[in-house]
Design a protein around this ligand. Sequence first.
Ligand code: FAD
Length: 292
Amino acid sequence: MLPSSFAYVAPTTVDEAVQALAAGGGDAKVVAGGQSLLPMMKLRLAAPGTLVDINGIAGLDVLEEADGMLRIGALVRHGDLERSALVRDRYPIIHDAARHIADPLIRNRGTFCGSIAHGDPAGDWATVASALNAELHAVGPDGPAVHSARDFQTGMFETRLGLDQVLVEARIPQPVAGQGSAYLKVERKVGDYAAAAVGVVVVLDGDTVTEAGIGLTNVGPLTIDAAAAAASLVGRSIDDAAALEEAGRLAMEASDPPSDLRGPAEYKQDLVRVLTKRALRTAGARARGEQA
Ligand SMILES: Cc1cc2nc3c(=O)[nH]c(=O)nc-3n(C[C@H](O)[C@H](O)[C@H](O)COP(=O)(O)OP(=O)(O)OC[C@H]3O[C@@H](n4cnc5c(N)ncnc54)[C@H](O)[C@@H]3O)c2cc1C
């Protein structure tokens, strides 16, 4: 199907993009990679009056560490993250996830920030951003705004981003000593969204977990911050099988998946339990430098 007609603007600055969104009066949409928005427009599930194409705005492709944070600009593609040596060496959870998003064509166009702005609970990046406790930096007519990735989604395909705001970049705290992370995803077939996926970040002092973050993908109406599961690990050994079992159980209890073509709810919940334990073991090994 063809999309309904729309106006197209191609700003060259973030301020121009914000002005174009404001001029659209809630009927304008940013297009970044177009890998979620354009299919929705073709299916007439979305019919924005104006597309604000941010691809011509210089500087939004920033991918660098600065001031203690990893900056991921609004035009950083899934494939940029997959191929980045910095990401592979220092942010294994991001590298893990990037390799399993869709297919290479989509990975070359779709963006990290676009995925988060889209607010799809099946999106892998919102989970990764939640586990890493990312800051989401937006700009709107009232100036800059910073949102936490942990409560950014407010409903299915709904976020705290204003209709007239551009998500300019995500900022992720740089890893500290003893940090390890992992993202594990089970998909029905290569390139599919997750039946369930789990992202974990741990910080170890010796074998003891001092900090943890756990996010869950596609097992509820929102990306899930499994905070109780993460908190249960603090003060316990990463080698304590009972601690990992408890975290897996609490993560499972935080999930609320529907039964659908990707499997029955009970199967997906059990996936969450098992993937959480496995991801924690991998993150623990990485924190100790035992595994890439
Ligand atoms: C066949 C297929 C398989 C896929 N599989 C997966 C998968 O396995 N895992 C996964 O996570 N995703 C998957 N996706 C989605 C893909 O990752 C998209 O690239 C991503 O969801 C959206 O990023 P985008 O840059 O393409 O955003 P766009 O499609 O351009 O935009 C999506 C939405 O976000 C808004 N938006 C985008 N950027 C900004 C911004 N900077 N500021 C404000 N609003 C913004 C747009 O207005 C729109 O509402 C798949 C897509 C397809 C078509």
